[in-house]
Ligand binder design. Structure first.
Ligand code: ZN
Length: 607
């Protein structure tokens, strides 16, 4: 999903990159005693689970715990298979690290760059990865030129005729795709119009996928698109449509064709005009200590009230399909607005229960069912021979689904994830932010840089850094250097130069200042919202791009022009878009027009 154009840009820029470490290695054996087990389908009363070399070796009442095994008392607790999120978009290893902190040990990516997917795949194949979730991926998606999926800056090979389908799928197979993702999206239900592949191309791609032995999963947002996808032979729907309820013909066709659905209700919580953003995850004290400021920002971002869509429709649609016997798989569509990696699975499970599934059915939808449907026979269950991807929680989530949030420990291949260290890193960031907030609460001028020290240092926040669209797949460049000669005959200024390319649809190149206590942590500049700076340059159009905690995924801009004379500029950040200066994450001075650019920056202060 993600039709907001700067989605990938923001996801890439504003991604927490806290390291996750493992405690120990998978050679040691492990025994959970007295533990209630949800085995992927049903509950087993208090029993013993033994793990050896990262694999579940035995489950049963009268088993012998091996000598030297680490024994974990499971009294009052439930052991679950690691959760499998069947719909995400992954751009960095940090996202996969974050997932395991919340018990998500495998993700099914539904579109990312094939290079990144290939890198993750080969690292996973080289040996057990214990500090992040395993990732399967479709890589590229099948869409029309200028269609949904082409807006993210990733180079997409598009389709215009059914005859291209076979070669297109062969390219995906060569790139290592684990399954094929198809997009039917006219944009109509969201009030705009965009090209989409027709029913013949959809059918040809799905047929070619099947001939290659791969599943085909199709993005739909409307009942009409769902009909087209099912008629074309899709194996699954990537979303629950919410413009209408499924009609009987669709239900019958899905049952007859054994078509599954991955509803992604998490991302649809604020889809309708009357659907509010959900705040329950951020308010849950079992989860809150593990949420970064970037997670909080994403969770509070609305998915945008479309008039003809509603969560109620999606939820009732899930209920109807589930009652008819259509397999429902848990997936979140993280990190789209309203969601965050890992944590959103806990809300998805709750939403599935609210849609009429029993807690055990919802848990199966996030474990054994996801594994089975996607052909993974080594995970998703607590049974002999399965990988020890495990989540130990307090309480019984088959009675209260929110007990999945009471995580005691997460294991990847039998190795505990160091959640305490992850939380401690976040605590340190929060403390630094609080200290900084005190500093920033005063009055007077707040100097960022006059560059008279001759380097990139700053009075507060993070050092100046070059920034370009290269991280989003673009080819723009930026070089920054402190040079002699500054405004008002001062000693030094900051030179920013490079070339803005055309490979990314929304190109940029320039320099970034992040005022927070850590990169992309929001800083409260409400006491001094006036940004003042001096600049001179070659006259190419420049702008300030402002990342604010309250403006969601789209950075508001403020344009300015330079000449070969130094000029002073002043802008009240509170007047740039809807930015609330109490949460400023980054200020980017950038060139936006293709071609070479060069400018000097000096005397950057907040008043
Ligand atoms: Zn998606």
């Amino acid at each position: 999903m993600g039709w907001i154009k700067t989605f990938a840009l923001t996801a890439l820029l504003v991604t927490g990159s806290l390291p996750v470490s493992a405690q120990g290695d998978s050679n040691t054996s492990l025994a959970f005693t007295n533990v209630q087990v949800f085995d992927g389908e049903a509950l087993i009363p208090a029993t013993t689970v033994v793990v050896e070399s990262g694999v579940i070796s035995v489950v049963g009442e009268d088993v012998v715990v091996p000598d030297g095994a680490t024994v974990v008392d499971g009294s009052g607790r439930t052991l679950l298979p690691g959760l499998i999120d069947a719909h995400v978009h992954t751009f960095t290893p940090a996202m996969l690290q974050q997932a395991v902190v919340f018990g998500v040990t495998t993700v099914f990516d539904m579109f990312t760059s094939e290079g990144f997917a290939g890198q993750m795949r080969s690292e996973q194949a080289a040996g057990a990865v214990t500090t992040r979730a395993d990732m399967l991926s479709a890589g590229m998606l099948a869409t029309a030129p200028e269609g949904h999926g082409t807006q993210f800056g990733i180079d997409v090979a598009t389709l215009t005729a059914p005859e291209q389908a076979e070669a297109w799928v062969a390219d995906r197979v060569a790139a290592g795709a684990d399954y094929i993702k198809v997009v039917i999206e006219s944009g109509e239900e969201m009030g705009f119009s965009q090209p989409t592949i027709d029913d013949q191309i959809v059918a040809a791609v799905i047929q070619a996928a099947h001939e290659a032995g791969l599943l085909a999963i199709t993005h739909v947002q409307t009942l009409e698109a769902a009909h087209m996808a099912v008629a074309a032979g899709t194996d699954g729907l990537a979303h629950m449509f919410s413009d209408a309820l499924p009609d009987q013909a669709l239900i019958d066709a899905m049952v007859a064709g054994d078509v599954f659905v991955i509803p992604t209700l998490s991302v649809f919580q604020s889809i309708g005009v009357d659907d509010p953003v959900d705040t329950s995850l951020a308010a849950d004290e079992r989860l809150a200590p593990f949420l970064s400021s970037a997670d909080l920002q994403s969770l509070q971002s609305p998915y945008h009230g479309f008039e003809t869509l509603s969560l109620a429709n999606a939820s009732e649609g899930v209920a109807l399909l589930h009652a008819a016997g259509v397999p429902v798989l848990a997936g979140t569509d993280a990190p789209n607005p309203g969601t965050a990696f890992g944590v959103s699975m806990h809300r998805e499970l709750e939403l599935l229960v609210e849609a009429g599934m029993s807690p055990s059915e919802a848990l199966a939808a996030a474990t054994s069912l996801n594994a089975t449907v996607f052909g993974l026979d080594d995970r998703g269950r607590i049974a002999e021979g399965h990988s020890a991807d495990l989540v130990l929680v307090d309480g019984d989530p088959t009675l209260d689904i929110t007990a999945t949030r009471a995580i005691v420990d997460v294991y990847r291949h039998g190795v505990p994830v160091d959640r305490a260290a992850y939380r401690a890193d976040l605590d340190a960031l929060r403390e630094a932010a609080a200290n900084q907030a005190e500093e920033l609460a005063g009055s007077g001028t707040l100097l960022v840089s006059d560059f008279e020290s001759g380097d990139l240092s700053v009075g507060f926040g993070n050092e100046w850094a070059a920034t370009t669209d290269a991280q989003a797949g673009g080819d723009s460049t930026a070089d920054i250097a402190v040079v002699e000669g500054g405004a008002a005959d001062s000693g030094y200024s900051l030179q920013v130069s490079g070339v803005v390319g055309e490979a990314f649809e929304l190109p940029w190149g320039g320099v970034m200042f992040m005022p927070g206590a850590a990169p992309f942590a929001p800083a409260d500049l409400s006491s001094r919202p006036n940004l003042s700076f001096s600049a001179r340059g070659d006259g190419s159009p420049l702008r300030i791009q402002l990342f604010c905690a309250n403006t969601g995924q789209v950075p508001p801009e403020w344009a300015f022009e330079t000449s070969d004379e130094w000029q002073q500029y002043e802008v009240d950040l509170g007047t740039v878009g809807d930015c609330d200066p109490s949460g400023v994450m980054a200020v980017i001075f950038s060139a936006s027009q293709a071609g070479e650019y060069s400018f000097l920056l000096d005397d950057v202060v907040f008043r």
